[in-house]
Design a protein. Structure first.
Lengths: 267, 315
């Protein structure tokens, strides 16, 4: 029964997965195609970057030189594309089984069978994690494939390791969103809360980068932990990021299972 | 032997809003039980508690002796459910959907096929492209395609055309013949009258009456219009349960409650030119319960109960 539900959830996710994967691959490919041009004009770019305030650049994830693969990947994918794609994918997938399906009455049908609530939501969470993993791999793959074609010499293993951090970040969003969806049973509210929290944390990180005395704000937002520059450049695994995102994801999913198992299901 | 369904003091509040209050209902194995009430009376709330989707605020709901909330998955192995407005996944075909829901119930693929043919349902069409009536057919097929001993259905025939409603009633009759128990929530009174052995009437969340359909109809007043050859002698109609509403000599209008045999014996002594007897159907009774005339009194007011029927005859 769990396998059936899992397969159905994967099937239902294919349109979301397809479009987000296409976007991630296309964007990553276009950015990677520009890498040799950036490299050839690195001095010109450095001079241009010096005009911009250092704090502002740091706030938007642009620290170091863009010809450095880690900085390049973090700037164009990690700080910009991936948070948006991860949020979209995680919110759509996480609000579907516990909120959208309750609202539309599908949950009544599947829970009218011997399928337990835990297995039903557990299968959906597993499908969610797999689709997010696919997107995370695509985020690195687009850059890697086109990078190889244009001779960018990116380290495939390190880029794919970075996609693991990306995946955990997306799972953390999915976990928290699942929990809020289980609490509210409203897709709109859960999506709004998740997107709002992500945005507030992003702004907090900008403030933290600009205001030295408020630097601590950065520690409670996701931006600081979604850092893969070191991983790509030196191979140093960001264990804190892995732990933070991993714990938030698992805690969110477990909490959503507990809440979903015990609560009234009112459409 | 456990009852199919047993509700004891079942109560549900939604904050300060009433859901159902203190329901006591027992559904016996093998019977078709009608649960009558208009929108908002608490039928769906009761079914959601039976299905373990919401918890009672007080009291208990048990199915085959198992707690409907705590033991929901075990309960669902022994029942099939059809909601009032099933939330199907529109992008799936009817066949894919029925196969999926069937597989969750342990049924083989295509277990729905003969029923779909019988109800003239095209299984290859995406559910979102089906009309309301055809979507309801999917629900009926889904409910009947297994062999669970209990069927719980909420407004199952809504949207079905008269031919399909007849087919639905036939399916209910076959289920009963096969020894299955059916709990049927409806406001389609004709359907309930035809399909059910017993009926519970719910009003504003409270149970007003539970009785067999026969008793519900039989306990109530019949309206009798007589046209006599000649006026009846004084005292002819002085009998238990008989009320003379009007008499113009040969034309007599009576209300009778309970046993009709003493009156029939008395009529046999008269020269009756014509007679019209009308019995209130469940619909009449239902509306009488709803206009408050019999609410809570278990039909004590015979005069009130008979008013609708007599009006019908006198028109």
């Amino acid at each position: 029964m769990t396998a059936l539900t899992f397969r159905l959830e994967l099937r239902r996710s294919r349109v979301v997965a397809l479009w987000l994967t296409v976007i991630v691959l296309a964007y990553g490919g276009i950015i990677a195609a520009m890498y040799p041009i950036l490299k050839e004009n690195s001095q010109l770019l450095e001079d241009y970057m010096k005009i911009l305030p250092k704090e502002l650049m740091a706030a938007f994830g642009m620290s170091g030189t863009l010809t450095d693969p880690g900085v390049f990947f973090s700037t164009y994918i990690g700080s910009f594309l991936w948070p948006v794609i991860a949020a979209m994918g995680a919110i759509i997938l996480a609000t579907r089984p516990v909120a959208a399906d309750v609202e539309r009455g599908w949950t009544d049908l599947v829970l009218g069978t011997p399928l337990t609530r835990t297995r039903s939501l557990g299968a959906a969470i597993l499908a969610q994690a797999i689709v997010l993993a696919l997107l995370a791999v695509a985020a690195a793959a687009g850059v890697l494939v086109v990078g190889a074609l244009v001779g960018a010499e990116f380290d495939a293993v390190r880029f794919l390791a970075a996609s693991v951090v990306f995946w955990l970040f997306a799972c953390a969003i999915g976990g928290v969103t699942s929990f809020v969806a289980a609490l509210t049973l409203s897709r709109g509210v859960a999506a709004g809360v998740a997107a709002g929290v992500l945005l507030v944390m992003y702004l907090m990180n900008i403030v933290a980068e600009l205001q030295v005395d408020l630097a601590w704000l950065g520690d409670i937002g996701w931006s600081r932990y979604l850092a893969v520059t070191e991983l790509i450049d030196t191979g140093a695994v960001p264990w804190t990021s892995v732990a933070v995102f991993g714990v938030v994801a698992v805690a969110g999913w477990v909490a959503s299972l507990v809440v979903f198992r015990r609560r009234d299901l009112l459409p | 032997m456990a009852h199919a369904i047993e509700l004891r003091g079942l109560t549900r509040w939604y904050g300060k809003r009433r859901g159902v209050l203190d329901l006591d209902v027992t559904v016996h194995e093998g019977e078709v039980f009608g649960f009558l009430g208009p929108n908002g009376s608490g039928k769906t709330t009761t079914i959601r508690m039976l299905m373990g989707l919401i918890r009672p605020s007080a009291g208990t709901a048990s199915v085959w002796g198992l707690d409907a909330w705590r033991d929901a998955p075990a309960v669902h192995r022994r029942l099939a459910h059809l909601g009032s407005d099933p939330g199907y996944l529109g992008e799936m075909s009817a066949s894919g959907l029925l196969d999926h829901l069937g597989a969750l119930r342990g049924l083989p693929a295509g277990a729905w096929r003969s029923l779909a043919e019988r109800l003239d349902l095209d299984p290859g069409v995406a559910v979102k492209k089906l009309s309301r009536g055809n979507r309801q057919k999917v629900g009926v097929v889904q409910a009947f395609m297994g062999s669970e001993p209990l069927l719980v259905m909420d407004e199952p025939s809504t949207g079905l055309d008269p031919l399909m409603q007849r087919e639905f009633l036939a399916l209910v009759a076959e289920a009963r013949a096969a020894g299955r128990t059916v709990f049927l929530s409806s406001h389609n009174l004709t359907e309930v009258e035809r399909a059910c052995d017993r009926v519970a009437i719910i009003r504003e969340g409270r149970l007003v009456k539970t009785a067999t359909v026969q008793a519900l109809v039989g306990d109530h007043t019949r309206s009798i219009n007589l046209l006599l050859e000649r006026p009846a002698p004084d005292g002819t109609f002085v009998l238990d349960g008989v009320t003379v509403l009007s008499s113009t000599g040969q034309d007599v209008h009576l209300m009778v409650r309970g046993d009709v045999n003493p009156l029939l014996r008395r009529l046999a002594e008269l020269h009756v030119r014509d007679i019209a007897i009308s019995t209130p159907d469940v619909e009449d009774l239902f509306f009488r319960y709803y206009d408050g005339s019999v609410a809570g009194s278990e039909g004590r007011s015979a005069a009130a109960a008979g008013a609708g029927a007599s009006a019908e005859v006198l028109r």
